[in-house]
Design a protein around this ligand. Structure first.
Ligand code: GLC
Length: 753
């Protein structure tokens, strides 16, 4: 090839934008054009080191950072040098203000810092853990949670939350199920969208909006063995059908940032996984914000064994177009060297830096670096209208699993004994990742019940600690039970058994609590378990010993008030499980949308040997996805498929009549499930493709209509296209994933195409 042609080709290659990053810096509108102009002007002044500095996120509260040659460096030094773009987990509004002033006044270009924090289910006011919020099946509730969180976080000085957590998971051994929206991609997607809306609103320049962060990309909820950080290995089809939808939904909703996950994904750690981070995230999903690693996840690629050292890890992350390095500083230590060695282009660094600066401009930080935090803090926290919202979300999240003899609601004349380690603990109501929640500001179960029923009607004794016995605890509990008409037994798992690095091989109640339960049940008094947990639990052996089970989750700041609302009947429980409660841990991972297999159960010949079953354990769970009781009853009838035959690309309309056949007004979560009877791949026996919360007065009926969109019937076909196929479909509508009321429709190939 002639020299001229080579030179022309070289010029072309150098000029080509790194395609997958261009979207991140393409102006959306006139305002954005102005922002891009300002960003370009600022970047012209920046050194390469200062551009890399914007890609560094540090955490001051974990002590000093070790510099390139090992000396202890203070965060302040990084900020002064313009080598820090963001701080996370700064503990107070004053500290945030101090660091911001340092950045603006003492660094060469005065670029404001971006403050991030895990405000995932509240900031000061703590809402139920997200698994509980998803059990409300109330996307408006999720959006309100995020709005209140954003208002308090912004007043605290935080402009970026590491939320929503969009990891689908069917494995309750994994402690982080508490942070997500359960096992179903369709519900998870709806919740993710709602939370992005809540955090970001429709204008990031509004001082009460904050950046959302879609995490943990990707498929972090499927670690082998349910063990946190463990290997994730699945087919691309499984990923696209079951795990991708909530991430995609949050990004479609405009989430400004994404966080990489700790896990490897099909043998390449997410943080250095070009297929995930460029092909899928940027090229396919069109993500145009910026990507931050999870905590130290870049350097952990050395431990994963795919990078020999921090420099190689940085090179992999740059190549995956990861913008920001959370706390390990590999970008800062090796970025300039990698550019000198032409292993990463300065153009890539420019694009990665530009996306971070664009986000800061969109937040208005360059107009006013102190718009977040400051004196707003004093008036924004614990507002009464926000506490009311937290109470409403908490009571809507609670799931009534058992209620023999209609033990609940209580009529208020009963002498109550509240017993158990979670009966009077404000801190244990907060769950994991409780941001700046304050346990002593929480309303405990005891406080809520005494407020509602009168102190004289509610006695309390702890009985045992969450994980250990108390001397004389059981005797005191038995005495309290004998002196009462009804026992409320607050059992479950403490905060530390929820969230990150909290995997468990048993999801049963801890032994001291089982002993307490047996002793109290032996009194013969009616007992309701109040189950405080951030995950499904194996309570198969316990449910038969008590009359009622109410899953309260870790219900947050307003836990006691919300509990009293439910126990008194002031609020009729409407929560429905979004994660299966297994019959036995041996069934895990278990979820409702399994495949049929070639030897399906149930079988006409239940005694047949060669079926997909266990020898001594049922296939069915203890409580299925979508399950939850009410103080009333709901009947379903007249399922009508209004469009029994459609063409590919056309919606399907179905209706059903729902009747409140009981004596109390209540909310029902009407759920619609589909099954593609014959397809080019095996398909789940059921998939949630619609839900609606419906308020019905006692005796009232309503016709509920659903429109199933074509994209809701799409899947990753045998040809790997994500699209619909013609064929016959089952449709069920009802109370949970076992709904029996059935209809069918056919999707025809559109022969004109
Ligand atoms: C943690 C978590 C992540 C969190 C981040 C910052 O290790 O995995 O969810 O947002 O670090 O705290």
């Amino acid at each position: 090839m002639k020299l001229l042609s080579k030179l022309l080709l070289l010029a072309l290659l150098v000029a080509l934008p790194t395609s997958t990053l261009v979207a991140a810096n393409t102006p959306k509108d006139k305002t954005d054009k102005e922002i891009m102009r300002k960003v370009d002007a600022l970047m012209k002044k920046m050194t390469l080191r200062e551009k890399i500095g914007q890609l560094i996120q540090l955490r001051p509260s974990e002590g000093d950072i070790t510099g390139p040659d090992g000396e202890q460096l203070k965060v302040e030094d990084f900020i002064r040098e313009g080598c820090c773009g963001s701080l996370l987990s700064v503990a107070s509004p004053d500290e945030i203000m101090r660091f911001q002033r340092l950045a603006v006044d003492s660094s060469r270009l005065g670029i404001p810092l971006l403050f991030g924090h895990d405000v995932i289910h509240g900031c000061r006011i703590i809402f139920p853990e997200n698994l509980g919020v998803s059990a409300s099946w109330d996307v408006e509730a999720a959006e309100r949670l995020a709005r209140v969180s954003a208002e308090e976080a912004a007043a605290f000085g935080i402009a970026w939350t590491f939320s929503p957590m969009c990891d689908v998971s069917a494995d309750p051994r994994w402690g982080r199920v508490s942070e997500g929206s359960g096992e179903d991609p369709y519900l998870g997607a709806a919740m993710a969208r709602a939370m992005v809306r809540g955090y970001q609103g429709d204008d990031l320049s509004d001082p009460n909006t904050i950046l959302a962060c879609v995490k943990h990309f990707a498929a972090y909820g499927a670690p082998q063995g349910g063990r946190d950080y463990n290997t994730v290995d699945m087919s691309e089809r499984m990923f696209r059908d079951r795990y991708l939808p909530p991430y995609r939904a949050a990004i479609d909703e405009g989430a400004a940032t994404v966080m990489t996950s700790f896990n490897d994904f099909n043998a390449i750690p997410a943080t250095g996984n070009k297929w995930l981070m460029r092909t899928v995230l940027r090229d396919e999903l069109g993500f145009d914000g910026f990507v931050v690693t999870d905590y130290n996840a870049m350097h952990e690629m050395v431990a994963h064994g795919v990078a020999a050292d921090g420099k190689e890890a940085a090179a992999m992350a740059f190549d995956a177009h990861v913008n920001m390095d959370m706390v390990d500083c590999d970008y800062l230590m090796y970025g300039e060297e990698l550019v000198r060695e032409r292993r990463v282009s300065e153009k890539t660094i420019d694009e990665l830096c530009r996306a971070v600066l664009v986000a800061k401009f969109r937040l208005g930080l360059f107009d006013d670096p102190y718009r977040y935090g400051g004196d707003r803090y004093e008036t924004a926290m614990y507002k009464s209208e926000n506490l009311k919202i937290a109470r409403d979300v908490a009571r809507k999240s609670m799931v009534l699993l058992r209620n023999e003899n209609d033990l609940l609601p209580l009529d208020g004349n009963e002498r109550m004994a509240l017993i158990g380690p979670f009966g009077d603990s404000g801190s244990e109501m907060l769950g994991s990742w409780s941001a700046f929640g304050e346990g002593d500001r929480s309303i405990t179960f005891l406080e809520g019940l005494q407020e509602r029923f009168g102190s004289e009607n509610v006695a309390y004794t702890e009985g045992c600690k969450p994980l250990e016995q108390i001397e004389g605890g059981i005797d005191a509990a038995v005495a309290a039970a004998n002196g009462a008409d009804v026992v409320l037994l607050a059992l479950g798992l403490p905060n530390k058994c929820s969230g990150e690095a909290a995997s468990m091989t048993s999801i049963e109640l801890p032994q001291p609590q089982l002993e307490l339960l047996d002793a109290v049940a032996a009194t013969g008094k009616p007992v309701a378990i109040l189950l405080v947990t951030g995950r499904p639990m194996d309570i198969t052996d316990e449910v038969g010993k008590v009359d009622a089970v109410l899953v309260t989750w870790h219900a947050g700041t307003m836990a006691g008030a919300a509990l009293a609302d439910v126990v008194s009947g002031d609020f009729n429980p409407s929560g429905r499980l979004t994660m299966t409660f297994p019959y036995d841990i041996g069934q895990v991972p278990i979820h409702y949308s399994m495949k049929r297999t070639g030897r399906p159960m149930p079988s006409p010949d239940a005694r047949a040997k060669y079926l997909s079953r266990y020898l001594f354990t049922p296939n069915e769970p203890l409580y299925c996805f979508g399950y939850g009781l009410s103080y009333t009853t709901f009947d379903y009838s007249d399922l009508k498929v209004l469009t029994p035959e459609v063409k590919i690309g056309e919606p399907v309309r179905v209706s059903v009549k729902v009747t409140n056949s009981g004596k109390r007004d209540g909310d029902e979560v009407v759920q619609l499930y589909l099954h593609d009877k014959v397809a080019s791949t095996t398909r789940p026996v059921r998939e949630l493709k619609g839900f609606r919360k419906v308020a019905l007065k006692a005796g009232e009926s309503k016709v509920v209509e659903f429109t199933i969109q074509p994209e809701d019937m799409a899947f990753c076909r045998a040809d790997m296209e994500f699209a619909q196929e013609p064929g016959d479909f089952d449709v069920w509508i009802g109370h949970d994933s076992n709904a029996p009321l059935h209809g069918g429709f056919t999707v025809k190939q559109d022969i004109r195409k």
